[in-house]
Design a protein around this ligand. Structure first.
Ligand SMILES: NC(=O)c1ccc[n+]([C@@H]2O[C@H](COP(=O)([O-])OP(=O)(O)OC[C@H]3O[C@@H](n4cnc5c(N)ncnc54)[C@H](OP(=O)(O)O)[C@@H]3O)[C@@H](O)[C@H]2O)c1
Length: 254
């Protein structure tokens, strides 16, 4: 399937690197050079117009900013044969309104798709042709874990997967800072923290994602881990994550 990426920023680059095949790509044309750079890196071609891209692509992947939905649909909707959207916060109804009769899938990837360890949640309108859905699923599975979910769950999924790499990186950074304060060189601390996170993720999978069990296995009663965990609770770790998801989803507790 010939892929055409509209937008050549962080997510387009991560997807293209993960797919590892030549792509057609366009950017805003305002001189960032990002489409050219991406085509030079992964192969394919940077095109000067979104319409030219839509005319040649078998699947148009929307990787521009969410606010540009109507602007870009106005340029390409009649020409697009099929659409995969990764636009944050743009639901399927809005996509269908913009792209009328075009088969489409709404997906929410995260940046680890670049190394094929991404999580991509996606939802599919009921009338979608089975063959198209299956082709898109195969494409998404090449990026890591692809999970089909109900449309109504996409915002909550986005709050853990789409933004997750940023949260994870911040938590890692905080741990690295603490380790450096106690004498570890930053690069050693960075690798120890990252590999511990990766190992914990693998262990969670084996334990059926039972976070409490994994935590208990490290926590001797009255021991140092228990004291460390208590300090994190006092620091508001849980409520900070609750507040973060409320902020992302536009909720207010007041
Ligand atoms: N970053 C993430 O982790 C992440 C995760 C999940 C979903 N997403 C979604 O992915 C999309 C892109 O996010 P991003 O982080 O990659 O943003 P970004 O780095 O700012 O990239 C946006 C890209 O869109 C291009 N663009 C702007 N106007 C355009 C136009 N008229 N025609 C064609 N291209 C145009 C920009 O071109 P220039 O290079 O010329 O400025 C740029 O290459 C967003 O909808 C976001 O919600 C992002």
């Amino acid at each position: 399937m010939r892929l055409g990426l509209i937008g050549a920023g962080n997510m387009a680059r991560a997807l293209a690197r993960g797919w590892g095949e030549p792509v057609l790509v366009s950017d805003s044309g305002s001189g960032s050079g990002r489409a050219q750079a991406l085509a030079a890196e992964v192969g394919g071609e940077a095109l000067a117009s979104n319409l030219a891209l839509a005319e040649r692509a078998e699947l148009v992947v929307l990787c521009h900013k969410p606010a540009q939905l109507h602007l870009i649909a106005g340029e390409i909707a009649p020409a697009a044969r099929a659409v995969l959207s990764v636009l944050g916060g743009v639901n399927t109804a809005a996509l269908q309104e913009a792209y009328a009769a075009t088969p489409l899938v709404r997906a929410m990837p995260n940046t680890p798709v670049e190394v094929r360890r991404g999580v991509v949640c996606y939802s599919v309108p009921p009338e979608t042709p089975a063959e198209f859905e299956s082709e898109v699923r195969s494409l998404l599975e090449r990026l890591g874990t692809a999970v089909k979910i109900e449309e109504r769950l996409m915002p909550a999924a986005t709050a853990v997967t789409g933004v997750g790499p940023a949260y994870g990186a911040l938590v890692a950074e905080a741990q690295v800072d603490a380790a450096v304060r106690h004498g570890l060189p930053p690069s050693l601390a960075g690798s120890l923290v990252a590999e511990t996170m990766a190992g914990t993720a693998a262990l969670l999978e084996v334990r059926g994602y039972d976070t409490l069990r994994v935590r208990r296995e490290v926590t001797s009663p009255g021991g140092g881990t228990a004291r460390g965990l208590a300090a994190l609770e006092r620091g508001g770790l849980r409520s900070a994550f609750q507040d973060a998801s409320d902020a992302l989803l536009g909720w207010s507790s007041s």
